[in-house]
Design a protein. Structure first.
Length: 234
């Protein structure tokens, strides 16, 4: 199915990094990724899990691995590994905060629920600085208010994710499934969206341990795609 694209005028009006976030009505952006070893192929996704649940693969195998500088697996990591637990929690809480927003309560610059300030706590100081320099706070608020948007996270699913051998950087792969529960008809028409319809987005989240806490340093996102219907059973 053709993936929804943003109106050309909006793409031209916003910096490329910020446009990716606002067009998809999801927070964060495609900032320059933190330096990392060579990409590692993703395994099949786990079954959808509750927010923050252990991302286990087929037959209960962990989807987390410790890798070297070439991206080769040193060993698998259990779900209760302290760093795995901390990274997973950070990504899950961030996803919940950014996917559940309501234009009626979104506040600009006051730190209210759903505002840009509510997600900065998950970011490194540099990533936060980049977003603020791009006017992310103001434009996020304007997008939701102008288009009367409300979004709701339905579920998440995890893919193979990695910690580097220094245990100072990590990369989490996940899908989030969300719905538009309210939106201006013109916005839905331009984006090719529909209300109360699940849309999936794949995210690659880069993190670094700073001051003993895991912080998000970059996010890469795919376009929203409509989930394939389940096959009918006889």
């Amino acid at each position: 199915m053709r993936q929804p694209t943003a109106p050309a005028a909006l793409r031209a009006a916003l910096p490329a990094a910020l446009a990716a976030a606002l067009v998809l009505v999801l927070s964060g952006c495609d900032a320059a990724p933190a330096p990392a070893p060579a990409p590692v192929g993703a395994a099949a996704p786990a079954s959808p899990t509750p927010q923050g649940g252990p991302p286990t693969g087929p037959a209960g195998r962990s989807l987390w691995a410790l890798i070297d500088d070439r991206g080769d697996t040193i060993r698998s990591l259990p779900d209760d590994d302290p760093d795995v637990t901390a990274v997973r929690r950070t990504v899950a809480l961030h996803s919940a905060a950014t996917d559940n927003r309501d234009h009626r309560t979104l506040a600009d610059g006051t730190g209210g629920a759903g505002s840009a300030d509510s997600e900065y706590a998950f970011y490194s100081a540099e990533f936060t600085r980049q977003l603020k320099a791009q006017g992310y706070d103001r434009q996020l608020s304007a997008l939701y208010r102008t288009n009367r948007l409300t979004t709701h996270q339905v579920k998440t699913a995890w893919y193979r994710s990695t910690l580097y051998k220094d245990r100072a950087t990590a990369k989490a792969e996940m899908d989030t499934v969300m719905e538009f529960t309210a939106a201006a008809p013109s916005y839905l028409k331009k984006g090719g969206f529909a209300l109360n319809t699940p849309y999936t987005q794949h995210r690659t989240v880069s993190l670094a341990k700073q001051g003993g806490k895991w912080k998000i340093t970059a996010i890469r996102k795919s376009p929203l795609t409509k989930a394939a219907p389940r096959p009918e059973t006889s």
